[in-house]
Ligand binder design. Structure first.
Ligand SMILES: Nc1nc2c(ncn2[C@@H]2O[C@H](COP(=O)(O)OP(=O)(O)OP(=O)(O)O)[C@@H](O)[C@H]2O)c(=O)[nH]1
Length: 342
């Protein structure tokens, strides 16, 4: 008879100082919000990109309060929807609109976006912009849009797509798999002639807001912040395994690791990967499995979707569903939890 596997219901972060662990914000990121604030008077609309797998984690509510404030047209694009669980895409939109009812939220997969969809997104933003009061800018005939978001969410890809599709210019923005590639705010680029619309060709990078160990680890898994300490890769890999089990996404990692049953033991997974991928290392005069290398491999695979489409913030969205009921209003507390008002 097959043994039933029991899984952890909570992850033990082993008292690691998660704030120190991922204290990785280069100067250009601290500058992001400041630059955006300074350019506020000159801009007509904000496009914010975020990763569809983490509609809650890493989002910076300051952006909405300080920059948008319900006055500036604001479109939030939950990108990389191809990597998120399709069952949670609409729930993510609903989650964000509880706190930000004036924000248009859409999800995209910029890797395979069609002209029609992009035109539609652009059209919706433009309509909002044209219909909004422009105060001191009302005599200006051109419109300025700023694109912002945390690292590696697809800001440069989005701008490139707009530029290529609307102005038919060749792509020249650097697009990178490593977070924080784009460094500075630079000149504006025209993306439409009638009306004249400009977008910053180098987007504003926002520092992700880290409110808990859970959120920080989820940002590591989406590659929005890099893993700086290799020696912590095993605990991050263990967190991946914890989430895969918690969200019932066991089939693909079992197949990948050639396991006949799911497991809650990270050593079993890492040893299987080390064997299959020939991750070895010399220890003294002996060669042994390189479990740190295997852990980094496992983390990389989960972040690129090898173990399926996963919404890392699924538990938060499930909680929202539980709290929801027709005759009560939902609101979000300071810690980001959804509650019912009575
Ligand atoms: N799977 C998937 N990958 C995407 C998508 N959009 C962008 N990417 C990839 O994500 C990585 C980061 O994209 P960028 O456009 O450089 O992201 P960015 O936000 O400008 O990054 P920074 O410069 O670090 O702030 C690249 O490898 C893109 O090819 C998407 O919708 N789905």
């Amino acid at each position: 008879m097959k043994r039933l596997t029991t899984f952890r219901s909570q992850f033990d972060f082993q008292s690691i100082r998660w704030k120190d662990m991922i204290r990785w914000f280069p100067g250009h990121m601290h500058k992001g919000m400041k630059d955006l604030e300074e350019s506020l008077l000159r801009i007509d609309g904000i496009v914010e990109l975020h990763d569809a797998r983490i509609p809650h984690s890493g989002r910076n509510p300051e952006l909405y309060k300080r920059l948008v404030g319900g006055h500036k047209p604001h479109v939030l694009i939950l990108n990389k929807s191809d990597l998120a669980d399709p069952n949670y895409l609409n729930k993510s939109i609903e989650y964000i609109q509880i706190e930000q009812p004036n924000t248009q939220v859409i999800h995209t997969n910029l890797m395979s976006i069609e002209l029609k969809e992009l035109t539609n997104i652009f059209g919706r933003l433009l309509q909002q912009i044209v219909e909004s009061p422009r105060y001191t800018r009302s005599s200006t005939l051109e419109y300025n849009i700023v694109v912002c978001g945390i690292p590696n969410v697809g800001k440069s890809t989005f701008i490139n797509k707009l530029r290529n599709l609307f102005v038919n210019k060749r792509s020249c923005e650097q697009v990178g798999a490593n977070p924080g590639v784009t460094r500075t705010m630079s000149e504006k680029v025209k993306i439409s002639n009638r009306p004249k619309v400009f977008v910053r060709d180098t987007p504003g990078i926002l520092e992700p807001r880290l409110k808990s160990a859970n959120e920080s680890f989820r940002l590591l898994l989406t590659n929005s912040i890099p893993i700086q300490q290799r020696e912590l890769s095993d605990i991050i890999a263990d967190y991946c395994l914890f989430l895969l089990n918690k969200y019932d996404k066991q089939r693909l990692y079992m197949k990948y690791c050639e396991l006949d049953r799911p497991t809650d033991d990270i050593l079993t997974v890492l040893t299987a990967i080390a064997k299959l991928k020939h991750c070895t290392q010399v220890y003294g005069n002996k060669r042994g499995y390189d479990l740190t290398g295997a852990a980094l491999h496992f983390i990389h695979e989960i972040s690129k979707g090898t173990f399926g489409q996963i919404t890392f913030d699924q538990d938060i969205l499930d909680e929202m569903e539980k709290e929801k009921s027709n005759d009560t209003n939902l609101f979000r507390t300071n810690t980001g939890r959804i509650k019912k008002s009575i």
